[in-house]
Design a protein around this ligand. Sequence first.
Ligand code: SF4
Length: 341
Amino acid sequence: MSGNLPTVREAVLYESLNGGRVRCGLCERRCLIPPDEKGVCQTRQNRAGRLYTLVYGDISALESRPIEIKPFFHFYPGSSALTFSTWSCNFTCPWCQNWHLSKSAPEPKKAKYIPPEQMVALAREEGDQGLCVSFQEPTLLFEYTLEVFKLGKAHGLYGCYVSNGYLTLDALRMLEKAGMTAINMDIKGDEELYRVYLKGAKEGIVWRNARAAKEVGIHVEMIHLLVTGLNDQRNKIERLIQKHLDHLGPDTPIHFTRYFSAYEYHRPPTTIEIMEFAYETARDAGIYYPYLGNVPGHRYENTYCPSCGTLLVERTGYQIRGEWFKDKRCPGCGRTLEITG
Ligand code: SF4
């Protein structure tokens, strides 16, 4: 702890350099931070040559939510996870759909601190099967998450992240050891989009991390927000689908979600025609489980057997309306379905 504020603690991943500077090792921005300054995300500060997180257990939102909302459609379907977040972000998306949390810098003196033990106790009281860090970038709650996931694992709770996927491999490995069993990674678009809108971030890091997560047995689902005029061109969608296949294979689900005007980017919502194009292109290219999100009642929210097309799960707006399979097998053709838990 620092200055008796419970949410200010020494960071885990950083190195001290000469001149009192530090290099953060939590996300691939790898900020070089001079004394008294903060990193790009505003949640890490150099205090006398040591790096501190300012958001340990500073909880901005907390709610039990169905796992389908994240969205995870192939991970403990029908379960609920106690979902929580902190403040700020390491990305700068002008179209952010959760800007009220991600664009607010932390204020440690006003923090609402929830100790890790209390978070796990709350999940158990609520009858949740897991813990999920979401709403804004979960990587920024790294040190806290390590503790919460470890405690949760001891009580049989799964741990998951809904992330922009920009964490370092060191961070990913430590989370996996602590009990992170699933991650939903948001791929924003191509290299140019990352460079122009996300302060020079790199698309390749996200694909690398998604693949690395999968290789160590973490359940991975991808999400792609189709933003009008930015990444909703047909050739860009086709390219992204090919990248998905190259890095993650056909069995990793992909969720195309519909953009609505938010924060500093104001355009009409993604057209249904483009949403359907993305779904059908992914399906025809061989991805087993493409989905549409933010289009409640659309047939492409459902799960169909990739072999015979039988309807397996019917959904409306992330609510499961009906399930027609048992023991992870398609009733139509007997195919084993890719479902974790
Ligand atoms: S978490 Fe990322 S953005 Fe924040 S200080 Fe560390 S390297 Fe920089």
